[in-house]
Design a protein around this ligand. Structure first.
Ligand code: V47
Length: 629
């Protein structure tokens, strides 16, 4: 990926050097970016980071907003939505009315609202529980930290207990609202009855500890200073270092409406919006996603933001009221086709997602799956994209998307390839180990023999490693354990006797350890010591139906990448290694442990593994066994 930026503002050059080296940006860097007039260079820097994190993907979700009531005990100056009980505009929705607004095709329901003085706790739980039961495909993202803190005080339950009960009722994630600006000065001016930064972070960190990922926001464009915006981002970055539980950051452009804070029609400028998106992408180096919330930005600005660092455009957003009551000029909801068009027009891949950002459907041609782990870097080092678009995706998801026709080629997890052999054509490359892997690891409280009947948390990211674990347990060690899939995102590992992790997460934990799990097993080493064979984790394959010329071009690109000298990919690999916490030597040793060409020994290993899978599944052929998972 070649990225040249020709700066008009020389103050941005040192920042660009840091960005390329993956170094952290400071408050001063943030302010220099806000001060710049060189808006396109700023956008290009943010786009560079966006490409590294999400490739060409832009995520959207089929979602519906539920604002269950506008009655609120608070009176925040910037809010035109809230009202008091008894006023003519006050409304309250029953659970049945809420259910009536949903349809089975919606993947996310976003619930926030006012805080009425008289609703019992059970009413909130009933809403979450009823939606989860009636619409099992709809994930519930509900209640801001302000509402959680309100429940805690009103119902005399700890924050942890409130969240636990909501999680049990079906809450999946929390929205990022209520953060406003983490500044006491602004809080006193605009929302002095509302929680401050400390409580907001307490609630979010507690949620992360309980395995509930959350979003984050910044309300900008009112009375805050630029410094307050950057300090806000740095506080979020620090919290993310601690918990890793934030999924996305959403800069919310202030809608003046009748708030009296700004003249009615004085919206933020498009330049300010794009700068804020780009700067947040650059400052928040540890957040996976940046959302261009079209409802507050307008569709036009959101569309441009997709090349200024944003990789998420929220969704169809049926039923939004908070922004529209404050004068937002955007439509009330967008059709799925319209969202797909906006994303395509920006030159990106529209990726429909669930609440955790797992991709569900891809709406583009010539999509190459990219395994987002360090060991796959050599494939893409010299890969000019030409007609192809890159979708970073965990191996198991790549397999699922391919089944729906959404991926044209990529390094498929072995089991996924075997499942789809009739649709996929093998290309001569693979990800195979020699005698160890270091990134497919079982972290255990017990030795192999003592895992009989024990509960093992298994990675959500691949099926091949899970099958390998099953084969090792049953055929090598003669034990049977219970497997429970971890969900992607944050997990509470402590309730398991062992956990199987893969990729960069496993590599990091292999180096630094996983608290509470003393024993660490490398699955490829276990396999090698037993079978004296390499292990093939993934094979490159493309759709059989792909045009001949496209296949040839892809083959050329890959072979050029793999025959490139180490120097060509080393800089990128070292940077990725450093992000995981590896030294240069460790990164080089790690990569040297892989073989990327599918040779005779690898083919033999694939056959041996297929045979063992069929034996553990009690099937006559490996094909049947793999399908019968
Ligand atoms: O916290 C209130 C803001 C937020 C105004 O998590 C206003 O995916 C602009 O948080 N102008 C609620 N903003 C909305 C929110 C959100 C939206 C979309 C996605 C997600 C997510 C979260 O709206 C409030 C407040 O900061 N807000 N009034 C206004 N006049």
């Amino acid at each position: 990926m070649s990225f040249n930026v020709h700066f008009r503002d020389k103050n941005l050059s040192p920042i660009w050097h840091k960005v390329q080296r993956g170094e952290r940006l400071t408050l001063e860097d943030g302010l220099a970016m806000y001060r710049t007039h060189d808006i396109l260079s700023l956008g290009k820097m943010a786009h560079f980071v966006q490409q590294q994190k999400s490739g060409d993907a832009v995520y959207f979700v089929l979602n519906q907003k539920i604002e269950h009531t506008n009655i609120c005990v608070l009176s925040c100056k910037f809010c035109d939505f809230a009202t008091k009980k008894g006023r003519p505009d006050a409304y309250e929705m029953t659970t049945e009315e809420i259910l009536g607004k949903l349809t089975p095709h919606i993947h996310e329901v976003h619930i926030t609202g006012g805080m009425p003085p008289d609703w019992p706790w059970e009413r909130y739980l009933d809403i979450v529980r009823s939606i989860s039961q009636r619409f099992p495909n709809t994930d519930v993202k509900a209640f801001t930290a302000v509402e959680i803190d309100f429940f805690h005080k009103k119902f005399k339950l700890s924050i942890e207990e409130v969240l636990k009960q909501l999680k049990e009722a079906g809450l999946r994630t929390m929205p990022g609202g209520g953060a406003e600006v983490f500044s006491e000065r602004v809080r006193k001016l605009l929302f002095n009855q509302k929680i401050g930064a400390k409580t907001w972070f307490d609630v979010h960190k507690t949620a992360h500890r309980l395995g509930i990922p959350t979003n984050s926001t910044l309300l900008y464009g009112h009375v805050e200073t630029l410094e307050e915006r950057i300090v806000h981002m740095i506080k979020l970055r620090d919290a993310q270092d601690e918990t890793g539980g934030f999924l996305t950051f959403i800069p919310l452009a202030f809608q003046p409406g009748d708030t009296g804070i700004k003249p009615k029609n004085q919206f933020t400028s498009a330049i300010d919006d794009l700068k804020t998106i780009a700067i947040s992408r650059l400052m928040l180096d540890n957040l996976p996603h940046i959302k261009a919330y079209w409802v507050m930005l307008t569709e036009e600005v959101a569309a441009v933001a997709l090349n200024f660092g944003a990789d998420d455009i929220d969704g169809t957003v049926g039923g939004e009221k908070i922004a529209h009551d404050a004068g937002a000029v955007s439509p009330m909801s967008l059709a799925k086709d319209q969202i797909i068009k906006i994303i395509r027009d920006a030159g990106k891949i529209p990726v429909e997602r669930d609440v955790y950002y797992n991709p569900l459907n891809v709406y583009s041609d010539n999509v190459i799956g990219k395994i987002p782990y360090l060991n796959s870097i050599p494939f893409y080092a010299n890969f000019e994209k030409r007609q192809f678009k890159m979708l970073p995706v965990a191996p198991r998801r790549m397999g699922m998307l391919s089944e729906r026709g959404g991926i044209d080629a990529g390094p498929f997890s072995l089991v996924d390839y075997l499942r789809q052999e009739d649709k996929l054509e093998l290309m001569g490359w693979c990800i195979a180990t020699r005698d160890q892997v270091k990134s497919v690891m079982l972290f255990s409280k017990e030795g192999w023999a003592d895992l009989q009947g024990k509960k093992i948390g298994i990675t959500d990211e691949t099926t091949t490693s899970v099958k390998l674990l099953q084969v090792l347990l049953e055929k090598k060690y003669g034990v049977q354990a219970q497997f429970e899939r971890l969900h992607s995102g944050i997990n509470d590992y402590s309730r398991f006797d062992a956990v199987l992790l893969i990729g960069d997460e496993a590599l990091r934990r292999n180096k630094y350890g996983l608290d509470g799990f003393e024993l660490v097993y490398d699955l490829a080493r276990e396999w090698y010591e037993w079978q004296k064979l390499p292990f093939v984790f993934a094979v490159w394959a493309c759709k059989r139906s792909l045009a001949y010329t496209t296949k040839t071009e892809l083959n050329d690109l890959l072979s050029r990448s793999l025959s490139a000298s180490e120097e060509d990919f080393l800089a990128g690999a070292l940077l990725s290694g450093a992000r995981i916490g590896l030294t240069e030597k460790e990164t080089q040793e790690y990569l040297a442990g892989f073989n990327y060409r599918l040779g005779e020994r690898e083919t033999e290993a694939m056959g041996a593994f297929g045979q063992l899978i069929s034996e553990v599944e009690g099937m006559t052929s490996s094909k049947e066994a793999i399908w019968g998972e």
